[in-house]
Design a protein around this ligand. Structure first.
Ligand code: ADP
Ligand code: ADP
Length: 223
């Protein structure tokens, strides 16, 4: 469970990107729905401890995040909106490399983890191809494989379905829904169907504020 309490953030240019946000985010897939500029990336960067809020607090499984950011980072898988990929390097090489950075030093254990993630994301057949040559959908699935290295308990995925065709979108969302019962998975999107079809819980934000929060059908009915 991730608890956000009265989070607030105003940038130097005066944009009030996070406005008194309080949310209880349980394990499972949680949809963060909002139009462009709503503050989704700002909130996700804050949760990922890449930027500090001006005020408010966060707790992950009962532990105050500000007092031990390293503890949260060890449990975090973060897929930013536009993640770069290295030219010419294959998926299996990249995952091995990131697995070492994540502390999977034992070769057998690392190989097992990388293979399991390539299977989960349906990239096993194309593991030796350069990620830079992948289609948009394949690239996002690779991003999830990378984010899941080291078995994170908090997974943050920022606008992953933008630009994907409907089949790839569905495939990607099904993958997110399979990540695991005891993992908090936060999906940000501006596409209503992304949250109504698969997320048991959601929040809608606009102009930095939470407008609604709950089960998608009930929440959207109140609009
Ligand atoms: P979303 O992810 O929902 O599109 P963002 O969090 O990216 O929303 O942006 C929310 C608002 O904050 C927008 O008005 C955006 O221009 C502004 N913003 C985002 N990041 C910064 C930043 N680093 N500095 C100044 N303004 C920012
Ligand atoms: P999104 O809207 O999808 O969240 P953006 O394209 O707004 O993403 O943001 C990309 C990067 O640019 C982020 O690091 C964000 O902090 C920064 N950024 C966004 N808006 C502004 C802004 N108005 N001023 C300065 N930096 C910004």
């Amino acid at each position: 469970m991730l608890s956000l309490k009265a989070l607030d953030k105003t940038y130097d240019n005066g944009v009030h990107a996070i406005n008194n946000v309080s949310l209880e985010i349980p394990a499972g897939l949680f949809g963060l729905l909002g139009p462009n500029g709503a503050g989704k990336s700002s909130l996700m960067r804050t949760i990922a401890t890449l930027q500090d809020p001006d005020s408010g607090s966060m707790r992950f499984n009962g532990v105050d995040v500000a007092s031990d950011k390293a503890a949260l980072r060890r449990q975090l898988g973060y897929l930013p909106q536009d993640f770069g990929v290295y030219p010419r390097v294959s998926a299996v090489e990249l995952l091995n490399h990131f697995a070492i950075l994540k502390g999977l030093h034992q070769r057998g254990e690392r190989r097992e983890a990388v293979e399991a993630l390539l299977q989960l994301t349906n990239l096993w057949e194309v593991r030796k191809r350069a990620v830079a040559s992948y289609s948009g959908g394949m690239r996002q699935r690779f991003g999830i494989a990378q984010a899941l290295l080291g078995a994170p308990r908090l997974v943050i995925v920022d606008e992953p379905t933008a630009g994907l065709d409907p089949d790839e979108r569905q495939r990607f969302l099904n993958l997110l829904a399979r990540i695991g019962d005891n993992v908090v998975v936060i999906l940000s999107t501006h596409i209503v169907e992304d949250v109504t079809n698969l997320c048991p819980r959601m929040a809608m934000i606009a102009k930095g504020r939470v407008l609604i929060d709950g089960a998608p059908q009930a929440a959207i009915a109140t609009l």
